[in-house]
Write a protein that binds this ligand. Structure first.
Ligand code: BG6
Length: 422
């Protein structure tokens, strides 16, 4: 262990010396992985200091890799600047921009579901899919991270990276092979197809919120502005809901609704693919209207997949009701959940950057989200309050059109009607 100030260039020669001592002890050919789990302010400084003492260089066959935590950049300009800094010190193959959502088994399973099965792909497009919802909500506040979070907010913390990745995996074209270049090319293409929004569209399609005091599990939870290290007049969002479109052949006209929030009623991440209803309604439904099919991909908890379809209610007459066909990961003998980081760090050791974000993807994602952040800086852009323990501001319902509403998931995927932990 070596204590040093990573912002201080004069500390780095000590690091070089310590590393070379260790190399001798363990017979290491100067292979190093740097993992920057630091305040984002240091992201631009550390690579330059490493370069200054030669710790970036792979000359002579040493392997040098650097893992950088999200959010990569504060906005488009800073992300571009960071990319420049990293490119001046490292080569792209040495860079591992980590997004732990990609390390989750169930996120990787989206690819297996889509590309290892023949039955979904023919339906996976604008002809059969009505809309897609992606929800990643949490039932906790910001805990002790006020200093970081108040400077960051939900859009930078969750949407620009985690939710964008989930949209990419749901919407991408099948890569020709599952390797770092070909997979990440497809991610970039999805980001390139995000339809830019005018200011007016941002006002209509993007809702931001901040939790206020509210009752949660019988206790009063304080408002975001009362949390430690949060400004008393903070306008940082703890909730974002957004409707976006992907302008390409497959998805033209299909809305993607994405949503994230802190202090919501439960912790759940899931993707709901809503298929179009039958063109003609022959049967009456106990659930009212037709029974549109849904495919629910539950990322966490209670990881699994559920397909909702209509079945005849037994007995006389001919009524139908919604039923489910369920797969849960438990059936495979348990999930090493919570291990997203070990999977990714192991990939980094093996030199496989497939599940890490490439520089062009960061840039394309920021190009889409940056104008929203800029508009938010205007004082008159609404920031809606929502009591802690609720599903966010009512206004977020208004961005969903045609009388639909958000699917507010329960913790339990398969028995959601029977058991709903709130
Ligand atoms: C992190 C965010 O990247 O993801 C946190 O910084 C958030 O604010 C967390 O709580 C959610 O991750 P998970 O794996 O618990 O869903």
């Amino acid at each position: 262990y070596l204590a040093m100030d990573p912002a201080e260039q004069s500390d780095y020669p000590r690091l070089v010396e310590r590393l070379s001592q260790l190399d001798k002890q363990i017979d290491n050919p100067a292979n190093y992985i740097y993992y920057l789990s630091t305040p984002p302010l240091l992201y631009g400084v550390v690579p330059q200091h490493l370069k200054h003492v030669g710790l970036n260089s792979e000359e002579g066959g040493a392997l040098r890799r650097i893992v950088i935590e999200k959010p990569f950049g504060y906005d488009l300009a800073s992300a571009l600047e960071l990319n420049e800094i990293y490119r001046s010190a490292f080569q792209e193959h040495q860079l591992y921009r980590i997004d732990h959502f990609l390390g989750k088994e169930t996120v990787q399973d989206i690819m297996a579901l889509r590309f290892a099965n023949g039955i979904f792909e023919p339906l996976w497009n604008r002809n059969y899919i009505d809309r897609v919802e992606i929800t990643a909500v949490e039932n906790m506040g910001i805990e002790s991270r006020g200093g970081f979070y108040d400077q960051t907010g939900a859009l930078r913390d969750m949407v620009q990276n985690h939710l964008a990745q989930l949209v990419a995996l749901t919407a991408m074209e099948p890569p020709v092979q599952f390797n770092a270049d070909l997979f990440r090319n497809e991610v970039v293409k999805v980001y390139q197809s995000f339809r830019p929004m005018s200011d007016d569209e941002v006002r209509r399609r993007v809702i931001r919120g901040q939790y206020t005091e509210g009752e949660w599990r019988g206790e009063l939870h304080r408002a975001y502005r009362e949390e430690d290290k949060v400004a008393g007049d903070s306008r940082t969002e703890t909730f974002v809901a957004m409707k976006l479109y992907i302008d390409n052949w497959r998805w033209q006209g299909v809305p993607f609704y994405i949503r994230t929030g802190k202090m919501m009623p439960t912790k759940v991440t899931e993707i709901v693919v809503h298929f179009k209803p039958t063109p003609h309604k022959m049967f009456t439904s106990l659930d009212g209207g037709t029974v549109p099919n849904q495919l629910i991909i539950r990322i966490q908890p209670d990881e699994g997949i559920s397909l909702k379809f209509a079945a005849k209610v037994p007995g006389s007459g001919f009524e139908v009701k919604k039923v489910s066909m369920n797969f849960t990961y438990d059936q495979l003998g348990g999930l090493a959940s919570g291990d997203a980081y070990s999977r990714l760090l192991e990939d980094c050791m093996l030199g496989d950057s497939t599940l890490f974000t490439r520089s062009d993807a960061v840039e394309m994602s920021w190009r889409f989200f940056d104008p929203i952040l800029r508009l938010w800086q205007e004082d008159d852009f609404p920031l809606y309050g929502y009591p802690a323990g609720t599903w966010g501001p009512k206004q977020s319902d208004l961005i969903i059109e045609r009388d639909h509403s958000w699917t507010n998931p329960c913790r339990n995927l398969t028995n959601s009607e029977l058991y709903c932990e709130l």
